[in-house]
Write a protein that binds this ligand. Sequence first.
Ligand code: KIV
Ligand code: ZN
Length: 497
Amino acid sequence: MKPRIKVLDTTLRDGEQMPGLALSPEQKLEIAVALDELGVDIIEAGSAIVSEGEREALKRIVRQGLKAEICSFSRGVKEDIEAALSCEVDSVHLVLPTSDIHLRYKLRKSRSQLKEMAREACRYALDHGLTVELSAEDGTRTDPQFLKEFFSVGKEEGVQRLCVCDTVGVMTPDRIQQLFSDLAGSFDLPLSVHCHDDFGMATANTVSAVRGGAREVHVTVNGLGERAGNASLEEVVMALHYFHGFRTGIRFRKLYQTSRLVERLTGVPVPPNKAIVGDNAFSHESGIHTHGVLRFPGTYEPLSPELVGHHRRLVLGKHAGSKSVEKELREMGLRPTRDQLREITKQLKALADKGKRITDADIRAIAEHVVGKLPAEKKVVEIKEIIVNTGNTITPTASVRLLVRGKERVGSSVGVGPVDAAINAIRNSLSEVHGLKLKEYHLDAITGGSDALAEVTVKLEDERGNLYISKGVKEDVVLASVEAMVNGINKYFLRKG
Ligand code: KIV
Ligand code: ZN
């Protein structure tokens, strides 16, 4: 039986060190609760010495009484440990740089001075009842003999765990595996690994360190972190499970929702091609792939999307095949003949060749052109009236009158601009769409000049991760935006039945 691997999530510390990122105590608490529910063993929730807000966040997370161990990052100095103690955390991630380059240029201390600092810091933290994970910053560029001397100090003092940081991401899988098997042979304490992604190797290196003997992995949700980021939680746990059968406490099904929560609260978008949690991780466009997936998903999916709480998507675009076009048309209630299907597919590809993103309105328009008049599209929501007030001295406001299944509804709202106010007013009048998120908003001027036609494309996402891409075209940007939004909402209602 493979050993169970502990997960230390450092989204709230190393992840937050990503340039430009700052989280409020409320946001940190919300993420910590989600990490606990995800099954993370240790949450490095911040660094108590950093600021009043950081201490407030740590205290609130501690008071929440989560199952996970709550840890504060701490440099190997007394004032950091005291700040951590003031927040009543369970443990400190006690970090000292060990490479010559850091010792000479950053710390300006000798190796023996560093060992003395480590001894004092470990003793102080342990004497005050903290669990201590002693970390060698830039450990992978440290003389291996000195790394062992440094860890021996921690062991003599009684620390609970030892961690090697690949601070600048320079390891390779075979070298890090070798390093950990050597350390595992010398120390009978749990070893942890902390990798950065400067060469895109963080996940592979973390997994290899575990193969070498690491029993804890440091990771962040969505791979957030300094520079190129940290090893990503979702990638590491799935790779440990899929390739090597290592167990963790992570509830895989919560991976996608946790990733989206972190995306929303940090404002850092998840790249569409991000492994496991990206929008495209289980999306298929090309004819060959969609055909295969429709017959048996395993043809082009190594994992099923449901396993990680994600969803499959078949996308119509330049590479689409007739099978996926047929499926989409059937969802619209159409059953074209074989020739009609071929023609519709051809015209859709021609549109995509022009660089257009295919929306439902495009599919309908082309299908209508090929098949003849289609039955009127069922609209759950119709716009009866919209009034927008804007100017340079007032807050933009909007009010709307809608017909929802024939019944009138009204709503109003303010916004940062007239488009925002109008979209907010629609949302306010439709409580049924509160779970629907506006993922993308795109505005194009179709013709030149100030009387240009505005084409707005929106991408909406529902609670289950289904996407709705819709369009509105009008001379007025606000009206085009409202039309696009309402078209998307109608598509959502139709799918929900
Ligand atoms: O990458 C790193 O070395 C770190 C340490 C400071 C723990 O984040
Ligand atoms: Zn780091």
